[in-house]
Design a protein around this ligand. Structure first.
Ligand code: PHE
Length: 462
């Protein structure tokens, strides 16, 4: 897994790869980072187990004021012995000449048996060529030395004496990389902005993919010069079925296909003339007893064609390009390709010269705009259109043809009773089907699963 490093960390790691052990001060010089940046960088790397900090103490030794004086002029006892080198001297003389150091000088010399003080004249006896402490005094001189470089016992001689030795305790930190840090590969552009660096993923609010498809379809219709019409989701059976020349014993009207609003009947379903003419059309052509109570039953609309026919019956246009879009409901078993409620898009063109060729041309144009080019038309049946077709589109991924829109030219049995005189081209179909093709889904339920990982994975530009 690649890790994200701060620029400071990168610089420290890179420097430690060149020089495996460095104090913070040396790191500062090598990386040109500030002491504070070095301190923070080391802390971060330590927390990630990438850096080791070895802390150690060293004691440094230098001479204090009496030590320096002795370094320059000799130890008090050495100066005493020097004076006696030329012959015995009187105690009072020596005292005068040596001043305050006489006391310690004579004391030490007598204790070590270097002098004979039994008479008035002080005599030199045997003494070592190098006196205790002298080696250390010379070694240190004006410098500062690590304690371990100095002979312990010899140093002790000087440590006993006041103001001879100063001990400095120095704490040192040495930074090195752990094994896992050594294998880190840093990007070439260390010190520059790493545009490929991983950043935390942020999920912003966005529209649902299905809503995107709905918006896209609406946009296409508007661009093609269509006007949107809106209808109710609940409709009387009259507009959902009867006005569309669907006989009252048609299987689509049965309970297992359609959701009825239980116990609700529409009082005023249409104008008396519309009711009369529609019922006459049913009686004359289907030869059965048409029942107005059946037409009053309220349903959740099973298609958007009820919105179309109601609009046409109310407006009787000689020319029109309208569309409607919205939820429809079918009492079907839910499966990978069926939902009980889904969205439909429905388009209508009215015009004196409107014909099947126009209808197919509009379909091709619509599909092209939505990104589908491999289509074919297939004859089918709807009670309200003649001829009736359906578009089949080729799903490259599944390698099969799937049916999309149903369409046709409204039958005179539909248009005439409602006073519509010009040919009506109509088509419609499920939006989820189109969205499935666009998003490469095999199961229509995915649109309603609220599966965040899928929703987040969907690309906005398909
Ligand atoms: N209403 C039909 C359906 O729901 C589609 C259609 C609309 C067919 C208009 C012909 C004309 O499948």
């Amino acid at each position: 897994m690649s890790q994200v490093f701060h620029d400071i960390e990168k610089k420290i790691i890179a420097s430690l790869k060149d020089n495996p052990k460095q104090t913070p001060e040396i790191l500062e010089k090598n990386t040109k980072l500030s002491p504070d940046q070095i301190r923070r960088g080391i802390e971060w790397l330590k927390l990630k187990d990438l850096a080791i900090v070895d802390e150690s103490q060293t004691s440094m030794i230098s001479l204090d004021k009496n030590g320096i004086e002795s370094f320059q002029k000799g130890l008090p006892e050495r100066r005493l012995l020097n004076l006696l080198n030329d012959g015995p001297r009187k105690l009072s003389d020596l005292q005068k000449e040596l001043g305050p150091i006489f006391g310690p000088a004579i004391g030490l010399s007598r204790k070590n048996n270097w002098v004979d003080t039994s008479s008035d004249q002080i005599l030199l006896k045997n003494f070592p060529s190098e006196l205790p402490g002298e080696k250390t005094l010379k070694q240190i001189g004006n410098n500062k030395l690590p304690q371990e470089k100095i002979d312990k016992n010899d140093l002790l001689e000087l440590l006993k004496r006041p103001d001879f030795i100063i001990e400095h305790v120095i704490k040192t930190k040495e930074i090195s990389l752990t094994d896992s840090a050594k294998s880190i590969k840093l990007s070439e552009s260390s010190g520059e902005i790493d545009v490929e660096a991983k950043v935390p993923q942020v999920f912003v609010a966005r529209t649902h993919p299905l809503k995107d498809t709905i918006d896209e379809i609406r946009e296409i219709f508007v661009t093609l010069g269509f006007f949107e019409i809106i209808g109710n989701m609940t409709q009387s059976s009259f507009w959902n079925f009867d006005a569309l020349f669907t006989p009252q014993d048609h299987p689509a009207r049965e309970l297992q296909d359609t959701f009825y609003l239980s116990g609700i009947s529409a009082k005023k379903i249409a104008t008396p003339e519309q009711i009369r003419k529609v019922s006459e059309s049913h009686k004359k052509n289907w030869h059965y007893h048409w029942d107005i109570n059946e037409a009053r039953k309220m349903v959740l609309r099973t298609h958007t064609t009820c919105v179309t026919i109601k609009h046409l019956a109310e407006n009787k246009p000689d020319e029109a390009r309208v569309f409607s879009l919205g939820r429809v409901f079918r009492n079907e078993k839910v499966s990978y390709k069926h939902l009980v409620e889904f969205n439909q898009i429905e388009g209508v063109v009215v015009g004196k010269d409107a014909n099947l060729r126009n209808l197919m041309g509009i379909q091709r144009e619509f599909y092209k705009r939505i990104g589908i080019t491999k289509i074919k038309f297939w004859p089918t049946f709807f009670p309200y259109t003649e001829p009736s077709l359906q578009t089949m589109v080729y799903n490259e991924r599944l390698k099969k043809w799937v049916e999309l829109f149903g369409m046709g030219i409204f039958r005179p049995e539909v248009t005439k009773p409602l006073g519509i005189t010009k040919p009506v081209l109509a088509w419609g179909g499920g939006i989820e089907r189109i969205a499935m093709l666009k998003y490469g889904l095999d199961d229509v339920r995915e649109f309603y699963n609220n599966n965040l990982s899928w929703l987040r994975s969907v690309r906005k530009c398909q």
